[in-house]
Design a protein around this ligand. Structure first.
Ligand SMILES: Cc1cc2nc3c(=O)[nH]c(=O)nc-3n(C[C@H](O)[C@H](O)[C@H](O)COP(=O)(O)OP(=O)(O)OC[C@H]3O[C@@H](n4cnc5c(N)ncnc54)[C@H](O)[C@@H]3O)c2cc1C
Length: 427
């Protein structure tokens, strides 16, 4: 049987030790079968187990194999579309609910880390860096908007102030969110998996769901077994493929790439990011970066629509890093990898239920570290019969990408090219 390893990332190389997790052989029965052991699946499992459900997770590869074990590690609050856009789309009542939840994912992560003693290098503080006055104006209105919903650990920074926290001369200002921050993402996922197991949950690795038998008593089929469950949660996100065809039609896997330098040493690291905050810029195709606990710079950026793996990741990302930090021109890149996130046309998460008992959440379109943790809580609430917050997400409208399956990739690339041109020209 296939044994899919982690990609050769810095995270895999610095992962905490894990127990063996055998594949499913034979037939088992549970309350909830979760497909996918990324943050969505693990967070759902934890909330369900804490509320007395029996849970089994089937994972096609390994815990955190997908975006959850490869991402930039940035705890970014809110959604990939902001609450004012949501308000215009769905009206004030639903937007109120979603707005109040926009910072909850970050709190859930911190609670999990504390409660289960997860070693994942958690640090507080995230910076949104503005390259143009238009972007700065957007941050100012974003701060007012977020404060309306009670999120107030925010500080606007002028050019002088941002230069104190990041040694990049390109920024004209920014916003610091002290309820943002960063983590070693794979170690967070591995710690959550250990917590799942400590509560009696079972995780089968190297166990892809290859079919779902729908109906009153749904069954998840795997190559060498099956799971009978009362409920199924589909949490495969950009790696799900066509297992649930109605989900694939309104979302598109996209790749984004990350590089990691050799260790920079305390002194150089401190000159780049003196307070050890993480940073993302405000461009449509944004750059994001942060230091690791052993003082490497992790730098990510760019999007490959349709999630083809680029041949030379370093050649794509290193120039972006050097544009921000020319002082790193002689620094070696130790790791480069790609990972897939799932884009929806609205850039809002795709959440819902198929029939009575198959639930899903996917497609948070970039910023997913916090949202996926919230999603686990909201899905667990729905399974317990409290669906108000679930319905607020499930009611978000979703549409197929223009061009359908054939042309959605070039159409989206043209759209992104247009928006990044606007960023560069500052309008
Ligand atoms: C390179 C990169 C950088 C990013 N940086 C950030 C960041 O800094 N901050 C931020 O907020 N967001 C970031 N994101 C987005 C964020 O990582 C994701 O939104 C989030 O991790 C998605 O979690 P998930 O559990 O829904 O999906 P995933 O983590 O992708 O997990 C899905 C899991 O399901 C499994 N699976 C799929 N199909 C099946 C099947 N049929 N049977 C069994 N298992 C299956 C996969 O193997 C995988 O392990 C980044 C994403 C990428 C790719």
């Amino acid at each position: 049987m296939a044994n899919t390893p982690y990609p050769q990332s810095y995270y895999a190389a610095s992962a905490n030790p894990v127990p063996p997790r055998p594949a499913l052989q034979g037939e088992v029965e549970t309350d909830v079968c979760i497909i996918g052991a990324g943050y969505t699946g693990l967070s759902s499992a934890l909330f369900l187990l804490e509320n007395g459900f029996k849970v089994s997770i089937v994972e096609a590869a390994k815990v955190g194999f997908g975006a959850s074990g490869r991402n930039g590690g940035q705890i970014v609050n809110s959604y990939s579309r902001d609450i004012d856009v949501i308000e215009r789309t769905v009206g004030p009542k639903q937007a109120q609910l979603l707005g109040h939840m926009a910072f909850e994912g970050g709190r859930i992560i911190r609670e999990r880390v504390a409660k289960y003693n997860i070693q994942c290098d958690l640090k507080d503080g995230g910076v949104f860096a503005a390259l143009t006055s238009k972007q700065m104006g957007h941050l100012e209105s974003q701060k007012r908007l977020w404060e309306r919903f009670g999120h107030n650990q925010l500080e606007l920074m002028d050019q002088k102030r941002i230069r104190e926290v990041v040694a990049c001369d390109s920024y004209i200002g920014g916003m610091l969110d002290m309820s943002g921050g960063h983590i070693h993402p794979l170690n967070l996922a591995l710690g959550e998996a250990a917590a799942v197991e400590s509560l009696g949950g079972i995780i089968y690795e190297q166990t892809p769901a290859v079919g779902i038998e729908r109906g009153a008593n749904p069954v998840v089929h795997t190559p060498q077994g099956k799971v009978r469950a009362k409920f199924i949660i589909v949490a495969g996100n950009a790696y799900l493929g066509n297992l649930v065809p109605e989900l694939a039609a309104k979302s598109m896997p996209c790749g984004t790439q990350v590089i990691t330098t050799e260790p920079l040493g305390e002194e150089l690291a401190r000159t780049l990011l003196p307070q050890d905050y993480c940073v993302e810029d405000c461009n449509y195709l944004l750059d994001y970066y942060r230091l690791t606990s052993d003082k490497r710079l992790i730098f990510g950026g760019g999007v490959v629509y349709g999630a083809r793996d680029p041949a030379n990741i370093e050649a794509i990302i290193r120039p972006k890093m050097l544009k921000a930090f020319p002082q790193l021109k002689n620094v070696k890149i130790d790791y480069a990898w790609t990972g897939n996130f799932l884009l929806t046309l609205s850039r809002l998460p795709q959440v819902g239920r198929i029939g009575d008992n198959i639930y899903y959440s996917q497609g948070c379109s970039g910023h997913g570290v916090t949202y996926t943790h919230l999603a686990g809580k909201v899905l667990a609430e729905a399974l317990r019969g409290q669906a108000e917050r679930f319905d607020a997400f499930a009611g978000l409208p979703h549409y197929p990408f223009p061009g359908g399956q054939m042309l959605r990739v070039p159409f989206s690339a043209i759209g992104a090219w247009y928006y990044s041109l606007r960023d560069r020209l500052g309008f």
